[in-house]
Design a protein around this ligand. Structure first.
Ligand code: HEC
Length: 121
C-alpha cells in the first residue's frame, strides 16, 4: 500500500467525527455473539465454572460445573437446555449455577444466543 492510501484511510476515519465512534462501539457491544456472552465475566461468565473442551478459545481451569461438551446429544431437546440456563434451580434447587433468566442476568435474546452456542459444543 502506498503512503497516500494510509492518508485516505485516516481521513475517512476522522471524517466520522468524535460522536460517531463511541456510538459504533456501543452497537457492536449490543450485538455480542453467544460465545462472547458465554465468556464475558459481566454476562454469562460460564467459563468461571465450566470448561468447553471443544472450543479452543475457551481458556479456563474451571471445574465447578461439568465440562460443556456433546451438549446436543445430552440435551437433544433444546428447550430443556434453555431451561437449564434460564433457571438451573428447576433441575436442582441447590445448584450454585446462577438463574440467568429468572434473575435477568441475561436477556431472553442473550439466553437464546448462549443456548445456540452451547448446543454446538
Ligand atoms: C457459579 C458456577 C456456574 C456458572 C457461572 C455457570 N454454571 Fe452451569 N452449572 C454449574 C454447576 C455446578 C452445574 C451442575 C449441575 C447442578 O449444579 O445442578 C452446572 C450445569 C450446567 C449445565 C448442565 C450440564 C450437564 O452436563 O448436564 C449446563 C448446560 C450449563 N451448566 C450451562 C451453563 C452456561 C451456558 C453458563 C453461562 C451462561 C453456566 N452454565 C454458568 C455451575 C455454573
Amino acid at each position: 500500500m502506498k503512503p497516500v492510501s494510509y492518508m485516505t484511510a485516516a481521513m475517512c476515519v476522522l471524517s466520522f467525527g468524535p460522536g460517531v465512534l463511541p456510538a459504533m462501539a456501543d452497537s457492536v457491544k449490543k450485538e455480542m455473539t453467544g460465545q462472547q456472552l458465554a465468556f464475558d465475566n459481566k454476562k454469562g461468565n460460564c467459563l468461571g465454572c465450566h470448561t468447553a473442551p471443544t472450543d479452543p478459545a475457551a481458556v479456563t481451569q474451571a471445574n465447578i460445573g461439568p465440562p460443556l461438551i456433546v451438549i446436543s446429544q445430552r440435551y437433544p431437546d433444546k428447550a430443556k437446555l434453555r431451561t437449564q440456563i434460564w433457571d438451573a434451580t428447576v433441575a436442582n434447587p441447590k445448584t450454585v449455577m446462577p438463574p440467568f433468566g429468572r434473575h435477568s442476568i441475561l436477556t431472553e435474546q442473550e439466553i437464546d444466543k448462549v443456548v445456540d452456542y452451547v448446543f454446538g459444543l
